[in-house]
Design a protein around this ligand. Structure first.
Ligand code: NOJ
Length: 764
């Protein structure tokens, strides 16, 4: 009976659809678009059939707003033209418009002034928070805590959505092995397995399980593909990687986001095999849309269509539009290529109209899924915005995430945790009082000076005498999102006071590293030491007091050999967001036992880069005899990193034992015991690595294939189990086919990628 009446309803809607197709009536269209029982596919088809070519191309056009800028501003990007295009229905999306009031203003034009009233989708770089910042993504990756990372994305989505945003350009899932690259801060580090798990957590966090809710937003996997492999770590540089790396290292996190239901992809600035990603048919059509069946849409990166001219791939903007549309870039971010050129290209037969239909269909589908046709103002509620932005629950979650992201790199003489009473503590370093730097580089909506500084965090512990001295600046001049930051600090006039306070202290806490705007987009470096005179400051203070705890603030691995050799305690505290100082203080005072593990290797020396744990063995991995030179090594440095991937200490200690394997039909069950051997409760990231000893395509010396964050009371032991399936034991061959080859596999278990506890299994 019920089925019958719903059939009648669907039939009447179809009749209405047909009637409307004849009349093209905006009101009737709106009724259909809002009808919950009509399938999105039908609604999209119906809408498409009403649209002119220009209106369809309009959906493929994205403009930056009128306020914030996150790339070089194009010459013809004037506001008057944008308004005019908005009114004509030639704009499908805007980025960098934020706040309910501003977004309502542009959405109102799209709904009320355009012929068909198609809502805009509003994009923004919600990378690790909106107004309340969580740790930078690389720091969050150091937590290896997938639930916490998912929650962090959820929180970011909720806060941003309350400000009217419904699409984030995150997660960045680019794998990077190069700390010189400033954008390493935005990813999950060097490993495709960890990177894939984190990519899934972030997509699920942003998108939730129902996109049509007003607190969930569309995610975007970026930058497709290879951007993290920019030659010599210089941003936007050429990428030249082999097929095996592309399939086994670069692609997996992108594929994982598709499994997680990601709705959009962003292409990248770089070329791959001589073809810029934006104009790359192999990447966007053959792989993404055909092989992986991706049914969402692809947005270009900022101006990346225009940039194909500089690449030497397109002769002018029209040519760039032709190449991009044919290659599968569905939306043009700030190149003005589609809006100006695409209609003519279709008329000339250079771009087939069915490709325009396909792109518009993909974009409209996502808008329907967001529920924007049912209510284009659903994200625009001033009251909700006011109640939500900066809400304490975001700060609480940000603090938890920040503590989980901290990595204890060294702790000799039991300097940490600090005693809570009767101590004279000197706090040194400009970053110790900086309330902007901890927000990192992607923080366009956050207020300057809004983070809790280390000084403020430590002042809450009142049992000690705390004295602060700056010592030296980290950067000079303007620090903001678009300005080149100056690294050449030379002023040492603050050293004297720093020496004086250090002399009188029982313990010196030095907060050194990079300013938040010294990593990020366009912020590559060739030297990875402490910028400016901070190294000199550290060595000078060390001469008068050796009890130093070095707290690092940075957006990428740094080369800190001297510190590692001389400084007894080192804490990696990245850029931890709004609650940075509180998190650092809780870890320093032992109210939180650190459990972070490095998601990226720390080189000893820039010359070792790219350096990563999952390297290939080569044909000459070992010293052939005493003093014989013919092996793969350096004359002046070890091959190994200073701190390896997966490494991190705790205030307690752990023991791995009883490693066992059981073969179950094409699966390997691995079990072992993990014991907390110390006196404090603590968490440990138990890691499993695999080595396929002989393969048709050589395999890395180790590959992470499992991990678990385990909490243990003092002296407690837990049995941990992993099951390895084909998914973990196979790899992509050079035709992009996933294969599993029988043979011997080594399995390693432990607390870092250099663990020595191993066993071997035979796969039949
Ligand atoms: C350029 C960056 O590469 C990209 O990641 C970002 O989302 C866009 N600009 C928009 O700001």
């Amino acid at each position: 009976m019920r089925k019958k009446s719903s059939n009648i309803f669907i039939l009447s809607v179809i009749l209405l659809l047909m009637a409307c197709m004849k009349t093209g009536n905006k009101k009737e269209l709106a009724i259909i678009n809002k009808a919950p029982s009509v399938f999105i596919k039908e609604k999209v088809n119906n809408l498409l059939s009403q649209m002119t070519l220009e209106e369809k191309i309009g959906q493929m056009n994205q403009y930056n707003g009128f306020w914030d800028v996150t790339g070089p501003s194009p010459k013809d990007g004037d506001a008057a033209k944008k308004y005019e295009h908005l009114k004509k229905g030639w704009v499908g999306s805007m980025l960098n418009v934020r706040g309910v009031k501003n977004i309502r203003a542009v959405q109102k034009i799209a709904i009320e002034d355009t012929r068909l009233g198609i809502p805009l989708i509003i994009g923004f770089d919600v990378i690790h928070g909106y107004k309340t910042l969580s740790p930078i993504p690389l720091a969050e990756a150091a937590s290896w805590d997938l639930d916490a990372i998912k929650k962090s994305a959820q929180m970011a989505a909720e806060e941003a959505a309350s400000a009217g945003i419904n699409w984030t350009f995150a997660p960045m899932v680019d794998i990077s092995r190069d700390a010189r690259w400033g954008r390493a801060m935005e990813g999950a580090g060097e490993d495709p397995y960890l990177g894939s798990k984190i990519a899934i957590a972030r997509v699920e966090g942003f998108q939730g399980d129902d996109l049509s809710k007003h607190h969930t937003i569309v995610a975007c996997a970026k930058h497709f593909a290879g951007y993290g492999f920019s030659e010599s770590g210089r941003d936007y540089n050429t990428v030249d990687i082999g097929t095996s790396t592309l399939y086994n290292i670069v692609f997996p996190p992108f594929q994982a986001t598709i499994d997680a239901g990601v709705k959009t992809f962003m292409n990248s600035f770089n070329e791959l095999n001589g073809i810029p990603a934006t104009g790359n048919t192999y990447l966007q059509r053959d792989i993404l849309k055909e092989k992986w069946n991706f049914d969402g849409f692809v947005v270009s990166d900022w101006g990346s269509m225009t940039e194909m001219i500089a690449h030497g791939h397109a002769k002018d903007l029209k040519h760039a539009a032709e190449i991009s549309a044919n290659a599968g870039s569905d939306m043009d971010m700030e190149s003005y290529a589609y809006v100006n050129e695409l209609a003519n290209l279709v008329r000339e037969g250079k771009v087939k109209e069915n490709l325009i239909d396909d792109a518009a269909r993909r974009i409209l589908t996502v808008k329907f899924e967001l529920g924007l046709f049912e209510d284009p103002y659903k994200y625009l509620d001033e009251k909700r915005e006011k109640e939500t932005i900066g809400n304490q629950k975001f700060h609480k979650a940000s603090l938890e995430m920040a503590k989980k992201s901290i990595v204890l790199l060294k702790n000799k003489k039991n300097l940490l945790p600090l005693k809570k009473k009767g101590q004279k503590i000197a706090l040194i370093g400009a970053l110790a009082t900086d309330k902007t730097s901890p927000l990192g580089n992607w923080r366009i909506a956050a207020e300057d000076n809004s983070a809790v500084s280390v000084l403020e965090g430590m002042q809450k512990y009142k049992g000690n005498k705390l004295t602060y001295s700056k010592g030296a600046d980290v950067s000079i001049g303007k620090t903001d999102f678009i300005t080149e930051v100056k690294l050449n600090v030379s002023d040492k006039s603050g050293f004297k006071k720093a020496i004086a306070v250090a002399k009188k202290a029982d313990v010196v806490v030095m907060v050194l590293g990079e300013h938040g705007f010294q990593s990020g987009e366009g912020r590559s470096r060739t030297e990875l030491g402490l910028p400016g005179v901070q190294q000199e400051l550290l060595e000078t203070v060390f001469k008068v007091n050796k009890n130093i705890v070095l707290v690092l603030n940075n957006g990428r691995p740094l080369t800190i050999n001297w510190a590692d050799k001389n400084i007894p305690a080192i804490v990696e505290a990245w850029q931890l967001g709004s609650q940075s100082g509180n998190a650092i203080a809780e870890v320093l005072y032992g109210d939180y036992n650190p459990s972070g593990k490095l998601p990226m290797s720390f080189p000893r020396n820039v010359g070792q880069i790219p350096i990563y744990y999952n390297y290939k063995n080569t044909g000459r991995p070992n010293l052939p005899g005493p003093d014989v030179v013919f092996w793969s090594h350096y004359q002046d440095e070890k091959n190994t990193p200073l701190y390896p991937f997966g490494y991190g200490l705790s205030y307690t200690t752990f023991r791995y034992s009883n490693l066992k394997t059981t073969m179950l039909d094409k699966k390997v069950k691995v079990s072992f015991d993990l014991t907390n051997t110390g006196h404090l409760k603590g968490k440990e990231v138990a890691q499993l690595y695999v080595r396929d000893l002989v393969a048709s395509i050589t395999r890395p010396v180790r590959e992470l294939k499992g991990f678990e964050l385990v909490e243990l009371k003092s002296k407690e032991t837990k049995k941990i189990e992993f099951t390895l399936t084909n998914k973990e034991l196979g790899f992509y061959n050079n035709s992009g086919k996933f294969i599993v080859e029988p043979g011997s596999f080594k399995i390693f278990i432990g607390g870092s990628s250099t663990t020595s506890l191993e066993t071997q299994v035979e796969l039949k």
